[in-house]
Design a protein around this ligand. Structure first.
Ligand code: CO
Length: 435
């Protein structure tokens, strides 16, 4: 297995929830010399500095300042959350005390069938009472703890006929045969805290099967949470490894994309806008200079795309579909559900071309609308020229997703080239690329 794939799988394994993904990102950034700031205290930034901030401990914005003056912000955005099942407060004792079950609700749009009959675990955060107040503690059971069992075919002859799966009826995980066994008590033990110290918690079911490279030419990767940890990982790689940046390089890793981004820490919040403003202010720039820099800036919104499906090619536009291992996907939509337009796509394509990174164009099947992305949500708060990109993958929102093994390297190289490009808009729809 290539080093890059192993690094991605390690990142995904250490990131069962958005909280853990933010902690994984923080660890990578600190190792690369980034200094952690808090939103709650004033910032003193120095040219050439590398910094990051978290919000809700589940979204991260990292940035690097150039040594000299700059014209623009060069921003990459991706998301850290993935579809899953979130635990409700109490478990369920079923069948007269014979089974202890967890009570859950869906987070985002999971493909339910893909979560059945496979080993699952639990992770999230606990809010603990301390002498001073309350504080957050990450917890990851890190072992097989649950299964969501299918009903056998003998008792469900229609199982292969497309029977709907209801979360409350069909998707509750089996936890124990021990009457009264309580997951929260076990989680408290694992976290080394007293159960009564836990005031509230956010716990999620996750697939802990490690990622794998496969195929006769090792042409595929499969893993949990490729959407969108593959792009988040690439963004971290790029911002930590880019050389000679000429503008402010920014990487935004947002939580809550799978539920509409409308939270305090989501892409549809003031997080990015505030960070950009505070960077300018701390460097002594006027409001006028800040507005000019924002207008000269560029955002790359990175979230995976749908490869043409081998069994269902009719769901894609096969002339304008995208394929695994054929490069970074630029997404277009006539009604601008993706932010890409001819201007932003041409800038991004020019950068990738110079770096030798292949690019392909994605258009939805005209009668099957696709999802939307981070780009236009961020754009509501800070309206920047943007391109929506991703990597072609299969089975998006399954608990086990598949993508092209070569594409990961293309994404990391493309994002690195973007940061190094010294890009800014000199006048409306005119772009200068200095890299
Ligand atoms: Co996504």
């Amino acid at each position: 297995m290539e080093k890059l794939h192993q690094e991605l799988f390690d990142f995904i394994s250490s990131s069962p929830t958005a909280f853990h993904a933010a902690a994984s990102a923080a660890r990578i950034l600190k190792e690369a010399g980034f200094v952690q700031l808090e939103e709650t205290t004033p910032w003193t930034l120095v040219p050439g500095g590398k910094y990051f901030i978290t919000r809700n401990l589940s979204s991260v914005i990292a940035f690097r300042l150039p040594e000299g003056d700059y014209r623009a912000f060069q921003i990459v955005a991706a998301h850290l959350d993935s579809p899953s099942y979130k635990l409700k407060g109490k478990g369920i004792t079923a069948c007269g005390g014979k089974y202890e079950m967890l009570d859950t609700e869906m987070y985002g749009g999971a493909i339910s069938a893909s979560w059945m009959d496979r080993p699952l675990s639990v992770a999230g955060r606990l809010m603990l009472r301390t002498d001073q107040g309350v504080e957050s503690k990450l917890v990851d059971a890190g072992k097989d703890m649950l299964v969501i069992p299918n009903l056998c075919i003998h008792q469900n002859r229609g199982v292969n006929d497309g029977k709907p799966l209801r979360v409350q009826a069909d998707m509750l995980p089996l936890y124990s045969l021990h009457k009264g066994a309580d997951l929260k008590t076990q989680i408290a033990q694992m976290a080394g805290v007293k159960p009564e110290a836990i005031l509230a918690e956010e716990l999620y079911v996750y697939n802990r099967t490690p990622g794998t490279v496969w195929g006769p030419d090792e042409e595929f990767i499969s893993s949990a949470r490729l959407d969108d940890l593959e792009c988040a990982f690439s963004a971290l790689k790029a911002i930590t490894e880019a050389e000679k940046i000429q503008n402010v390089a920014v990487a935004c890793l947002f939580d809550n994309e799978e539920v509409g981004s409308g939270t305090r820490q989501g892409a549809d919040s003031n997080f990015l806008e505030n960070v950009l403003r505070r960077i300018s202010r701390s460097l002594g720039r006027s409001e006028e200079a800040h507005e000019a820099a924002v207008a000269s800036s560029f955002l790359v919104s990175a979230d995976n795309a749908h490869a043409v499906h081998p069994n269902h090619p009719e769901t894609s536009d096969q002339v304008n579909g995208v394929w695994m291992n054929e490069g970074i996907v630029v997404k277009f939509s006539g009604n601008q559900r993706y932010t890409s337009d001819a201007v932003s796509a041409s800038v991004f394509r020019a950068i990738c071309q110079a770096a030798g990174v292949p690019v392909q164009a994605f258009y939805n099947h005209s009668d099957i609308p696709g999802g939307s992305t981070l780009g236009h949500l961020s754009g509501r708060h800070v309206s920047i020229t943007s391109v929506d990109i991703g990597l072609a993958q299969l089975a998006m929102h399954s608990s086990w997703e598949t993508a092209g093994a070569r594409d990961l390297g293309y994404m990391a190289a493309g994002m690195t080239a973007f940061y190094q490009a010294g890009l800014f808009s000199g006048a409306d729809c005119q772009w200068q690329i200095n890299g």
